[in-house]
Ligand binder design. Structure first.
Ligand code: SF4
Ligand code: SF4
Length: 282
C-alpha cells in the first residue's frame, strides 16, 4: 500500500461506514496528508500550548505524522448558516463525526499493522485544558505542519475541501514520507491580501478578531449552546458547538485561494520542511 492507496483506502472505508451504519449523508470524502516526524514538530509546545506533546511522546519509534480531514457536506454546512445558534443537525453530527474519526483512525492503524508497523491513535478531542482552553494534541497545528491546510482568521484549518469539517490524526512508525496537499502560505482570503473578514462579522459574540480567537468568549458561547441543547430530550448533554464562523463562509466548502500542491513524489516546499524520504507501505 502506498500513499495513494492509503488515501483511496480511507475514502472507500468512510463511504462504507456511512452506508453500513445508515448514517445521514453529512460528510464528503476525507483527505489526508503525511509528514516526516522530524524537528518541525518541536515547535508545537511554543505555538500551540506549553504542554503540547510531540509525536515521539505518543510513540517513541514514530517516523510519520498522519493527519486527515472529513469535510462536511454542503447540506449540513448550509443548514448551520441561519440564526445565531447552531442547527440541530450540526449538534447531532458532533458525536457521529467523532465516531467516524475514531473508525478511520483505527482503519489506518490496522492497515499499517498488517505490514508490521505500530501506530498510536489520539481521540478526536484530546486532553483539553479547561483553564487555557488549549489542547495538548492540536490536530490543527499538526495539519498545518503536515500541509493539509492553513489557518484562517476564524482559527479553523482551511483545506482544499474547506474548513467545515473535522480533523483526525495519528502517529506511526511506518515511513510514509512527505505528502502535503497544500504549499501556499495562506488559503484564507484576508491573509492572502484579499477582502473578506466575513467570519469576524458573523461571530455572534465577537470572539473572532484579527489578533486571533478570544477563547474565553468563544467558550462561554459554547457553554450557552450546550445548555440549550441539553434542555432538549433527544439531545446529548455534551454538545459544545457553534461554528457560525465556519458555515456560510467563502472558505467553508473549498479553499477560496487556488491551492498550489505537489505531485506525491515532488519534494515539499513548506518552509522548514525536511527533505522527502521515500514513502512506502508494504
Ligand atoms: S471567512 Fe474569510 S477571512 Fe474568515 S477565515 Fe474564511 S476566508 Fe479568511
Ligand atoms: S465558534 Fe461561534 S463563538 Fe466561537 S468564534 Fe466561531 S462563531 Fe464565535
Amino acid at each position: 500500500m502506498n500513499i495513494e492507496q492509503l488515501r483511496k483506502g480511507i475514502v472507500d472505508f468512510c463511504r462504507r461506514q456511512i452506508e453500513k451504519k445508515q448514517l445521514p449523508h453529512w460528510w464528503r470524502d476525507p483527505i489526508l496528508a503525511t509528514a516526516v516526524a522530524d524537528e518541525r514538530f518541536n515547535i508545537l509546545p511554543g505555538i500551540a500550548a506549553p504542554g503540547h506533546m510531540l509525536p515521539r511522546d505518543l510513540l517513541p519509534s514514530c517516523r510519520t505524522v498522519v493527519v486527515f480531514f472529513i469535510p462536511f457536506a454542503p447540506e449540513l454546512t448550509r443548514g448551520n448558516i441561519k440564526g445565531n445558534f447552531p442547527s440541530d443537525d450540526w449538534g447531532r453530527s458532533l458525536s457521529l463525526t467523532n465516531d467516524l474519526i475514531r473508525d478511520i483512525s483505527e482503519f489506518i492503524r490496522v492497515s499499517l499493522a498488517k505490514a508490521g508497523y505500530t501506530s498510536e491513535l489520539t481521540p478526536a478531542t484530546y486532553n483539553f485544558d479547561p483553564e487555557s482552553l488549549t489542547a495538548r494534541w492540536s490536530h490543527k497545528h499538526l495539519a498545518h505542519i503536515s500541509g493539509l491546510g492553513r489557518f484562517g482568521i476564524n482559527g479553523q484549518m482551511i483545506t482544499p475541501s474547506g474548513c467545515s469539517g473535522r480533523l483526525g490524526s495519528l502517529v506511526t512508525e511506518t515511513d510514509l514520507g512527505e505528502h502535503p496537499l497544500v504549499l501556499n502560505e495562506d488559503l484564507c482570503l484576508h491573509k492572502a491580501g484579499q477582502e473578506c473578514l466575513k467570519c469576524i462579522r458573523n461571530c455572534p459574540v465577537q470572539a473572532v478578531t484579527l489578533n486571533g480567537i478570544l477563547r474565553q468568549k468563544c467558550n462561554q458561547r459554547l457553554q450557552v449552546n450546550r445548555k440549550k441543547f441539553a434542555a432538549r430530550p433527544y439531545m446529548s448533554e455534551d454538545m459544545e458547538v457553534c461554528a457560525k464562523c465556519v458555515a456560510g463562509m467563502p472558505c467553508s466548502l473549498t479553499s477560496p485561494v487556488p491551492v498550489s500542491a505537489v505531485l506525491n513524489d515532488d519534494l515539499p516546499k513548506i518552509p522548514g520542511a525536511a527533505a522527502s524520504r521515500p514513502g512506502f507501505l508494504s
